[in-house]
Design a protein around this ligand. Sequence first.
Ligand SMILES: Nc1ncnc2c1ncn2[C@@H]1O[C@H](COP(=O)(O)OP(=O)(O)OP(=O)(O)O)[C@@H](O)[C@H]1O
Length: 779
Amino acid sequence: MSVSPTQQHSDREPGTDEVTREQRYVSGLYAKLDEERELAQTRLDAVLGQSGGTPQARTERDVATSTHSDRLAQLGSVEQGLCFGRLDFHDDETTYVGRLGLFDEDHDYEPLLLDWRAPAARPFYLATAASPEGVRRRRHIRTLSRKVVGVDDEILDLSAADQGHDLGLAGEAALLAALERKRTGEMSDIVATIQAEQDQIIRDELGGVLVVQGGPGTGKTAVALHRAAYLLYTYRQQLASRGVLVVGPNSTFLRYIGQVLPSLGETGVLLATTGRLFPGATARGTDSRETAEVKGRVTMVDVLTAAVRDSQRVPGEVIEIVVESETLRITGEIAERAREKARATLRPHNVARRVFADSVVDALTEQATEHLEVDLFEGVPEIAFEEGESTDATVLDTRDVDEIRAELANSPEVREAIESLWPTVTPQRFLREFYASAERIASAAGEWLTEAERGLLARAAKSPWTTADMPLLDELAELLGEDDADQKAKQAKREREERAYAEGVLHIMEQDDELADEEILRVGDILDAELFAERQERRSALTAAQRAARDRNWTFGHVIVDEAQELSPMDWRLLMRRCPSRSMTLVGDVAQTGAPAGASSWDEMLSPYVEDRWRLRELTVNYRTPSEVMALAAVALREVDPALSVPTSVRDTGNRPWRAEAAEADLPTFAESELASVDGGTVAVLVPQGRLGAVRDAFAALLDTAAERLSVLAVEEAKGLEYDAVVVFAPEEITKGSARGWNDLYVALTRATKRLGIVHDGPLAPALSAASEPGPAPG
Ligand SMILES: Nc1ncnc2c1ncn2[C@@H]1O[C@H](COP(=O)(O)OP(=O)(O)OP(=O)(O)O)[C@@H](O)[C@H]1O
């Protein structure tokens, strides 16, 4: 059974004196918050005011600066809704719950406010009348800025246990108020009203792969983001240095969720689309669905491997190189031998190139020294060898040979010849040249792709990168590798220097310690030089997230993927490289898969990486979409898979979805009427990809005046988003747009928080017609 917004369950209507009482406490908390801010600011100012001093003093200052700045940012982010809950226990204890922890230093650091992530705050989310966990009353405190505007109480005794809470909702009044609010185009946090099934997921252990499956609007995105905040709070030491990565389907979606983590006081999380996960290339173009599907197949690994091998050439004709009037020859045999040696190392292409080059230069050196010896002996009368005298005595000693070798290796002609046979190449250049050559595509992909599929890969060298290219570039980066021997030597030197410096600092600090107190743990006991050097690096001005964004080899402490069903097998290979520890949270809904290369089962998606070692949690309650809208969406879901059912909606609105037959040009009229109905809320018009251009043209004038509240999007772009009212245009065309057309329509129909309408200018499936009612006439 759903609960209508007017049916809010407050067990007792708390009077105004309760509000006044809570105001007093909440005002005290804000006063404490101000005090903490002032303290952090004073400390920061003091540190910033200092200058000069020893290297140790500078290091300490840097650490202090970043600590106080972080604290200030955190204290600044919790201003809205600082305190949102209170628990009264049977033993007369009272606890307040909020966005961060505040303590009373004058009274033994007694908690004034508990951070929502602290274990002691858990009953706020989990306690029910049937299992109250010692809680007598749960109170939601509603605030506007610093003012308490209301409280909602639940008394958790058994008499309340069967009061129709069939969805097991905690804090229904506060929850329904949160769900009824107008959407602004930015997602809000749900910290005050997290439900028990969501809390279990948020606080699930850090290790291993956790899959969260749930229908539309069940809070998967919200849960994923709160989990990021929870993990950073609970495992800060482990995660702060490696960072947490949150992957979303597109940049509109990332903008939509961008404010949630900062509002929870967390700024060190890297948000990215897969199109941004290859440093050094940015996806600006789009592929057709068919091309994206081919590029996403795991067989692309074989194709690229073959393409890289094809680039390791044996010359058709002997390459002649004239060095100091001598003609040296790279024959097919020499190149073949060098290639075999280099491939036998199993090293990536650019790294194995040294072996190839060495082998060719060796062969050329042999030719050159042979010539020289012949020249030296020319005209010298033959003298018979004495018995026992070596017959292979050479005139050139090893130093001469080394010199000749070095000269050959550095000669531009030799280098050019080697480059033509085994080029040093970046992933970007390789892929551009590959796409631009039908011949290379045919040679590498002949065994794996049909002619038509190969045709989909071909494109001009100057075309922009696409999202589906990113995992291919990443794969190539692995296959090609980087000959970074010189860079590594420099890095090792820098690390040695840093360690020596850190040892110096520790030595000074230890001397101070010894003078101070023999009993106290000394710095060296708890921090060795290596760790200290690492920390030095960590406190560099960049956060882990920022450093990770620039480094392809960065591995994250935890990776969260939203809309995980959309990722292709090639995307997964890239992501798994970024998270060798396999500490991951994957949230999605296989019924909403739109990408042709996306997954239809979690098992199929994950088994190549973790076999069956992943755990599944499900979300079953829909917080976004009212039940009337879900009844219509269920029509689309049945077409996706008759065995699936829609999640249960928390709310009814009494508004059945409407339908109207009208042309593209009439859409703005419907949108205007929806804008009026949602009174300041948001409206989206979702259309088939092929009609987007024409529909946007029709909306040019309206978008000028209502851009803040109105979006016109192709269905694919609406993934993960929500609006107060949604108008879906040409549903038949959406379903016919791709092999996953019904999934796309299901996504479109489940974006509305309040109202849904369908406009069609072609036929409408009878089941869709039956689940809606005739709506307004156009104009
Ligand atoms: N416990 C909660 N309290 C208040 N609001 C909630 C709660 N859980 C979810 N919501 C709200 O429900 C809406 C849907 O949540 P969310 O976008 O996370 O769902 P989703 O499962 O990711 O949906 P989809 O698969 O359709 O993208 C959001 O507005 C979210 O804020």
